[in-house]
Unconditional design. Structure first.
Length: 293
């Protein structure tokens, strides 16, 4: 039986996540997920792709306040501005504005990264339409409301890494929102097209084509490649380039999720895994193609 094994939201895009036993789910995903992001003066977003030190930042949502901590830095706690002065923001193809979170937060991140930066929050009138097979919306996530991964996918990957003489990687390298246990075959999440858990319902958007972020140690904020990308490239290449791990989903019905909730799949891309035991393991070419991230 498939169940939710882990729930994580990431308050500040690119920074550390917060594991929770229960999460409210809105149209844009788990409550508090990527509702802040660090941007350049022109609004271009800062990410671990270029600034891996963000991984070591530990944000905490404390009601109407946001606390920030990082190794070697003084802690900062600010009042969250729900509305007020706007500042440009962007996330790949989305371009808009967010709420400027003040000079203290801007100075804190500027000092951390060594270049001018601003912390912005989602504006009350934030509008963003996400694509894929199931359209939806998102806050400042790369492209979709949720990233779903399974324990069996990580187990299969780590077995291959060990065979190559490497060190296994933890799930946090992939920064998922929902981790599912109980599926036997790795990458079963790729074949899900509609599923419910708790009182929420989700629809498949696309496979997740990975960038270099999984090669960043999420504890230290330092690059620690070449794994897991090197091994993923040996068996999980996307036809259009890149490697694949995890599934991006849209919220079809908001609700509540809890660790331990049963995951019920209502439709699959192909035969249900329970009736397709003789089928070969999923590969990048066996799964439905996805757009590049």
């Amino acid at each position: 039986m498939a169940r939710i094994a882990r729930l994580t939201y990431y308050p500040v895009k690119g920074c550390a996540g917060t594991d929770v036993p229960v999460a409210e789910v809105g149209p844009a995903g788990l409550a508090h997920d990527r509702v802040f992001q660090v941007v350049a003066p022109d609004g271009d977003f800062r990410s671990q792709r270029r600034y891996p030190a963000l991984a070591a930042v530990r944000p905490r949502v404390l009601g109407d306040r946001l606390a920030l901590s990082a190794p070697g830095r003084d802690d900062l706690e600010i009042d969250v501005r729900r509305d007020g002065p706007r500042h440009p923001g962007s996330t790949f193809s989305w371009h808009g504005e967010g709420i400027h979170q003040g000079g203290e937060a801007a100075e804190w991140f500027s000092d951390l990264l060594g270049l001018p930066s601003v912390l912005i929050g989602v504006a009350p009138d934030h509008e963003r339409v996400t694509g894929g097979e199931t359209p939806g919306t998102a806050a400042f996530a790369d492209g979709h409301a949720l990233l779903v991964a399974s324990e069996s996918s990580l187990d299969g990957l780590n077995a291959r890494i060990l065979e190559r003489g490497g060190e296994p990687v933890p799930m946090d390298r992939f920064r998922p929102n929902v981790v599912i246990s109980g599926w036997v075959e790795p990458h079963t999440e790729d074949e899900v097209r509609a599923m419910t858990a708790g009182s929420a319902k989700f629809g498949y958007a696309k496979q997740c084509v990975r960038c270099t972020v999984p090669m960043v140690d999420q504890e230290t904020g330092e690059k620690a490649g070449p794994e897991p990308i090197r091994t993923l490239a040996s068996y999980r290449r996307h036809p259009d380039g890149g490697v694949i791990f995890g599934m991006k989903a849209a919220v079809v019905r908001p609700g509540q999720l809890a660790v331990g909730d049963e995951v019920i799949v209502h439709s699959w891309a192909g035969p249900s895994p329970s009736t397709a035991a003789a089928e070969p393991p999923l590969t990048a070419t066996a799964s439905r193609p996805a757009e590049s991230v």
